[in-house]
Unconditional design. Structure first.
Lengths: 290, 308
């Protein structure tokens, strides 16, 4: 045995990882998370779900008496996507980003690297947010094309204005949902059930009731930003205000909405990263399971 | 001599269940075997030593540094975990390269380190195949490669021989012995005394979360050899294998485990028996798929030590 080469201790300077190495580490974790999200059935299921409104729009617009584009826009772009598909996408990805590693027992390979635990959470969360924003943004834009294809507004009003603004607002909503469901994934074992219950009760029911509690929902800020930013035709705006039971005079200004969503999301994410950093993840060995 | 791994009054509870009980232990440089039956606390000890678990009581230090919440130390520490978990969609090369990059190694250097680590564990030929198609032995080798890729000073190996065939077992043992020669310290856990004894005479014995004994293996072997060593061999044609083994003088008894296509061999000379196994495993008609030792005899020794 070559005892002379065995060093029994390391100095603090030997422990410090150079900045370039740290960046390489974060970059790899970000890339790994993106690859995880684009492998497996989850992406296929979500793509099929997100493509459904596009198919539906094409079918309804192809009828002998095509459905009006503005009604389809309200029902699909401002109904189905923010109420169901956007939160579901965030739920499936954000809640699973740590849980999947724990259940697959691959979290060990991440925890054994010279990365502070809180940065592991943050890096994975950022990659997850990017995937969710891309998916929702891409399919929302495609849905707009499907609804307004062949109409004169498409290239004058929709593509240069409403479509990309809606994508930006949905990206903000995804920020909120990813923070929330990421946190939920850490705190609860049955996240899918808790997440669906949250989507249905809070984002589905409470957001539609005109009382102060709706200010706790992401959908509320989404709707206010739609009405503030989209420069909708007057008639359309009045109809949507009535449908959503909002009051233009009392609802918050757009910057306030953005600030609220961003600050709340960051607060939840920082809490989650802290929670993750102090959590232990015991492995399922024959000892622990037996 | 300054210990590489130190446990000072460490206890770990999982709710009401105790994983480790007031463990004080100093592990020197070199190779040390961590022995104990299932449930002894070996994996808990390794998870504490690698900073995955926080001690409920006491302190754990590796290379003189506190372990919990000290990720920078992971630069110098490697773990080959017991669980058979991978990113199955990756190739072996991809997996080890990803681990290298996660350890902060630059892209070019990571590729070179990956190939070196995979070559060291004998996976160079299969490194471009998807992990989901790997045999148990290949998976164990790949796990070892990920633990080695960043050239850690201290290596923790949790049951690295579980489920491997005799050839893979021999190769992995050679790798571990060479690590010691290269100046790395290794703590290898197993519930099979013979495996550990083949690597090092320095052993630590755990039983029900407590340190039962530590020191030279010979003292333990003297106790063990009063009991027959029980080894299970899994083989397609287990009857032919039994026919070959029955002629061996060191085999005391053979039991058929028909349901598992396996035989249970009892021997009082496990060294001689294990030495013969790799050649036997390669013979036509008796290709051995898996070898494992029942821990009955070790359990008996633990009972003896605990009640003595």
């Amino acid at each position: 045995m070559n005892q002379a080469t065995h060093a029994p201790s390391v100095s603090v300077s030997e422990l410090r990882l150079p900045l370039a190495s740290r960046l390489a580490s974060f970059g790899e974790l970000f890339w790994l998370t993106l690859r995880q999200h684009t492998h497996g059935r989850r992406l296929v299921v979500l793509v099929l779900l997100l493509a459904l409104p596009c198919v539906l729009a094409i079918m309804l617009r192809s009828l002998s008496r095509p459905a009006p584009a503005d009604i389809l826009e309200f029902a699909l772009v401002f109904g189905l996507i923010p109420h169901a598909l956007a939160p579901l996408t965030a739920l499936l990805y954000a809640a699973g980003m740590i849980q999947d590693e724990v259940e697959g027992q691959t979290l060990t390979y991440l925890l054994l690297r010279p990365l502070p635990k809180w940065t592991i959470y943050l890096t994975k969360w950022l990659a997850t947010l990017l995937v969710c924003v891309f998916l929702i943004g891409f399919f929302t834009f495609t849905l707009y094309l499907a609804i307004y294809w062949g109409t004169p507004q498409l290239w004058t009003e929709i593509v240069p204005g409403r479509a990309w603004k809606t994508v930006v607002i949905l990206a903000l909503a995804q920020l909120g949902y990813c923070s929330l469901f990421g946190c939920l994934g850490l705190l609860f074992r049955h996240t899918l059930i808790a997440g669906v219950a949250y989507i249905v009760l809070l984002e589905g029911v409470i957001a539609n009731v005109a009382f102060v509690g709706r200010a706790l929902t992401v959908v509320y800020y989404f709707r206010v930003l739609i009405l503030r930013w989209l420069e909708l035709p007057d008639l359309m705006q009045r109809q949507w205000v009535r449908a959503w039971q909002l009051d233009l005079a009392t609802m918050p200004a757009a910057p306030k909405c953005v600030e609220t969503v961003v600050v709340a999301s960051l607060a939840v994410t920082i809490f989650s990263a802290w929670w993750f950093s102090r959590s232990e993840f015991a492995l399922k060995t024959p000892e622990s399971s037996g | 001599m300054t210990p590489v791994v130190e446990f000072d009054g460490v206890s770990k509870w999982y709710g009401n269940v105790i994983g480790l009980n007031k463990l004080t232990l100093r592990i020197p440089a070199g190779v040390t075997g961590l022995l104990g039956p299932n449930g002894a606390g070996k994996s808990t000890l390794l998870q504490l030593a690698t900073g995955q678990l926080r001690p409920s009581q006491g302190t754990v230090r590796v290379l003189g540094q506190s372990v919990w919440s000290n990720p920078a130390l992971n630069r110098h520490v490697g773990l080959c975990p017991e669980q058979d978990a991978f990113y199955e969609w990756m190739t072996g090369w991809d997996f080890v390269h990803t681990c290298a990059r996660l350890s902060g190694i630059a892209r070019g250097a990571a590729a070179a380190a990956t190939e070196k680590a995979l070559d060291l564990v004998g996976m160079a030929e299969n490194m471009n195949r998807a992990i989901r198609g790997y045999s148990k032995g290949m998976r164990q080798r790949t796990k070892l490669a990920q633990a080695l890729v960043h050239e850690p000073r201290v290596l923790f190996l949790d049951e690295p021989f579980t489920g491997t065939d005799p050839v893979a077992r021999r190769d992995l043992m050679d790798v571990i012995r060479n690590l010691d020669g290269a100046g790395r310290s290794v703590l290898v856990s197993s519930h099979v005394l013979h495996e550990v004894q083949a690597l090092t005479p320095n052993i630590v014995l755990l039983h029900r979360g407590r340190l039962v004994a530590e020191g030279h293996v010979q003292q333990i072997r003297d106790l063990i050899d009063t009991h027959p060593h029980r080894i299970v061999l899994v083989c397609e044609d287990y009857r032919a294998l039994a026919a070959k083994l029955v002629a061996c003088a060191d085999v005391e008894a053979i039991h058929f485990l028909t349901r598992d296509s396996a035989i249970l061999v009892e021997t009082r000379q496990p060294d001689a028996f294990y030495t013969r196994l790799p050649d036997l495993a390669l013979e036509n008609g008796t290709a051995i798929r898996e070898v494992y030792s029942e821990d009955d005899n070790l359990e008996a020794v633990f009972k003896y030590l605990v009640t003595a």
